[in-house]
Design a protein. Structure first.
Lengths: 303, 254
């Protein structure tokens, strides 16, 4: 049974966010309206310190750490927002909960957004952030990469690129409701869950996806853009979490299948009736449970 | 390197190596435990709706906890904490709570295993199942909190205060490893649990899940979706009308 907190959040999202994503709204207005959700979250998670040391050349990045904590586990996190918008406070709040649960610190990378900075700008920022961690002397086996929604696709794209470059790979990756196929197949969960998904709609999807690749639609099948088309050989353990009513359900299923076929350990959790990105809700028992499962995975990858 | 430098760094390096080896064993135990806790959490939520399938998995998970985590891993930690007691009693005072929790956790796991095996399938579908599921989830949450405190505070504290001789003594004797780290061994001992953990997909449900609840929910969602769409269309039309009126000469003059 879905908790009243998550039910309320789904209802509000269905009345507002989903309607917004279905309509012809300019990106700036979309950012402003989605940004209004940020008021629900504190800018600074209580008990945590945010450090903006070790900047990246082209985008903002920050360290998030519980005050007084000593840990060598690092979660390199890529925020969501369909590559065009983002909710930094929500991301911080979610990562603070994950860091507490997993006894880790987080590196949040606010990669450049489309349409101002189309692919590969954001991808390069994200890969650069991983390289920076290695340059700082952080052992890759103490790093777990994570991402939510578009950030999940970004995380997988970074893993594929790191593997292709022969870099040492992180210990694992957490993919929360990842967007892994920008070619938008009009079948499977994209169709069957179109009515049930309380957040996302693919009615305006073509335009949004084209923004990310700068209008070059042929690039949508590039594995760094759509990891669902990638070869997963050699990747570290992957942990997928997705809601059963999401249009992106098959994005996780397909990637988990591909990973397993390539001999990669891939765990897929399908959470019944959960809305897209429920892990980010700062209330609700399902969000807490999901974050605890992610923390279990971090402890497992980085003993 | 001078002889003086070797004398100075030798025991320190030895301590670091010995400490790292022992602590790695403890951390790997936590890794295996974390994997199983995730499965217990998911199965506990299914206990009422599919007791016949969830019970054997949960029974094996509890057996794993009792046979390895509570009997071997916790004993190992208790030995570590006892060494800390001898070196720094002040730090140990805070560790006492963890030692107590080890005992309480063991008793709780035994009680849950016994209740789970005694209950009939009918009882598990009803209130008894609901109570056991809630207790299992409490146990999982408590165990995670416990691990967190151990890792965040006491493991680092132990590494700081213990000496090479302590670490060597702790490493003496057999060091059985967590069967969860060896999938074949694990599957032999806990076949149902291993089979469940190896499945390509884990369905996670909330407590007290019912199929009819899902149907009602889907229907209500459709109604909300339709109403929201109509409402937003009405807003769009109203905004267009207002814009037209404002732009028209008559509207401007008003």
């Amino acid at each position: 049974m879905v908790s009243w907190q998550t039910t309320t959040a789904s209802l509000l999202s269905r009345l507002t966010v989903k309607q917004l994503l279905q309509r012809d709204v300019p990106v700036q207005k979309l950012r402003a309206q989605i940004g209004a959700i940020e008021r629900l979250f504190a800018e600074h998670p209580p008990g945590f310190e945010i450090a903006r040391s070790q900047p990246l050349p082209h985008c903002d990045a920050e360290w998030l750490r519980a005050r007084g904590s000593k840990t060598d586990r690092v979660i390199l996190h890529f925020p969501g927002g369909a590559y065009v918008a983002r909710l930094p406070n929500m991301e911080r709040s979610m990562m603070a909960r994950l860091c507490t649960a997993a006894n880790a610190r987080a590196r949040l990378v606010f990669y450049r957004l489309a349409p101002e900075h189309p692919f590969p700008a954001g991808h390069e920022d994200s890969l650069g952030a991983y390289l920076q961690l290695l340059d700082l002397g952080i052992s890759p086996d103490r790093i777990v990469v994570s991402g939510i929604s578009a950030g999940g696709g970004m995380a997988l794209g970074v893993l594929l690129a790191a593997r292709d470059r022969g870099l040492p790979l992180p210990a694992g990756a957490i993919l929360m409701s990842p967007l892994t196929d920008l070619t938008d197949p009009h079948d499977g969960s994209r169709v069957t869950n179109a009515a049930r998904d309380s957040v996302l709609s693919h009615k305006r999807g073509t335009e949004m996806r084209a923004m990310y690749v700068g209008g070059d639609t042929e690039r949508m099948a590039d594995p760094y853009v759509s990891p669902a088309f990638g070869d997963f050989t050699g990747l570290p353990a992957l942990f997928f979490q997705v809601g059963s009513t999401e249009i992106l359900l098959d994005d996780s299923r397909r990637c988990a299948d591909r990973a397993r076929a390539a001999g990669v350990t891939a765990e897929l959790e399908v959470w019944k009736e959960m809305p897209h990105g429920w892990q980010g809700l700062p209330f609700g028992p399902e969000s807490e449970r999901a974050i605890e499962h992610c923390a279990d995975f971090v402890r497992e990858c980085c003993p | 390197m001078t002889r003086k430098a070797i004398r100075k760094s030798g025991p320190r390096t030895g301590k670091v190596v010995a400490a790292r080896k022992f602590m790695q064993v403890l951390r790997e135990d936590h890794a295996g435990l974390s994997r199983v806790l995730r499965e217990i959490d998911a199965q506990a939520a299914l206990l009422q709706s599919v007791p016949g399938a969830a019970r054997p998995v949960l029974a094996e998970a509890l057996r794993y906890l009792l046979v390895y985590q509570h009997s071997i891993h916790h004993r190992r930690e208790d030995q570590l904490f006892a060494r800390v007691r001898a070196r720094e009693p002040r730090l140990y005072r805070n560790m006492q709570q963890l030692v107590r929790e080890h005992r309480a956790g063991h008793q709780q796991a035994e009680r849950l295993a016994s209740e789970l095996s005694r209950a009939s399938l009918g009882e598990l579908s009803g209130r008894t199942g609901q109570r056991i599921a809630a207790q299992l989830q409490q146990y999982v949450q408590h165990t995670r909190d416990h691990m967190r405190r151990e890792e965040a505070v006491f493991y680092t504290g132990s590494e700081r205060v213990l000496r090479t001789s302590d670490w060597t003594a702790l490493m003496t004797g057999p060091m059985p490893r967590d069967p969860a780290m060896d999938p074949q061994r694990f599957a032999t001992r806990y076949p149902r649990l291993a089979e469940r953990m190896a499945r390509p997909q884990r369905d996670v449900v909330g407590l007290r899940e019912t199929a009819s609840g899902t149907d009602h929910r889907a229907r209500a969602e459709q109604v909300v979706e339709r109403c929201a769409d109509l409402l937003h269309r009405a807003i769009d039309v109203a905004q267009r009308i207002v814009r037209t009126l404002v732009r028209s000469p008559g509207g401007r003059s008003q």
